[in-house]
Design a protein around this ligand. Structure first.
Ligand code: S3P
Length: 181
């Protein structure tokens, strides 16, 4: 059973592949709900005092995943004290050791499901992601992670719609959830 301290609502956790809009949609949801917004990637960079690309390049992915796990625990701890929308990194929910702390926080998990072709377009245009190397490995990583993402409580199909429309649909899901509980 989830243990909640204080008056915070269960965290709202956004997950999905790189480029799916977790941070943009998460920020909008934070504004609409009047909740704190936490971007796990930003927290990792702030704590490490380094850009994610540099952490990958200098310390390697296993060290990055350790940092990410610790930062996740910290973010969930803080979310127990104030209502929070938490945007994960694209790989966070693909790491099984992160499932139990998220579950134990009582979080509602939302998978932003964007078609791979759209993700490719978005990430190719941005060029700041260490795990975006080439199209073949991008597609393979996406396929490998889908089963983990699909374990989320909600799946929101978030193709080419503007982020505000995606946030609206998540708000509708949340209202229905509140009516059911
Ligand atoms: C990663 C995705 C990135 C960031 C890091 C690793 C991944 O987050 O956490 O580069 O493993 O897919 P975004 O999904 O926000 O780009």
């Amino acid at each position: 059973m989830a243990v909640r301290v204080g008056a915070a609502a269960p965290p709202l956790v956004l997950l999905g592949f790189m480029g799916c809009g977790k941070s943009t949609v998460g920020k909008l949801l934070g504004q609409r709900l009047g909740w704190h917004f936490c971007d796990l990637d930003d927290c990792i960079e702030a704590t490490a005092g380094a850009r994610i690309a540099d952490i990958f390049a200098q310390r390697g992915e296993p060290a990055y995943r350790d940092l990410e796990h610790r930062e996740l625990l910290h973010a969930l701890g803080a979310a127990a004290l104030r209502s929070t929308v938490l945007a994960l990194g694209g790989g966070t929910y693909a790491q099984p050791r992160n499932w139990e702390p998220i579950r134990a926080s009582g979080a509602h998990t939302v998978f932003l499901d964007v078609p791979i072709e759209e993700l490719l377009l978005r990430c190719a245009a941005m060029g700041n992601r260490p795990l975006f190397r080439d199209e073949v490995s991008f597609r393979a990583l996406h396929a490998e992670r889908l089963p983990a993402y699909r374990q989320a409580q909600y799946r929101i199909a978030a193709g080419t719609e503007p982020p505000a429309a995606v946030a609206d649909r998540i708000m509708t899901e949340l209202r229905q959830l509140a009516l059911r509980s």
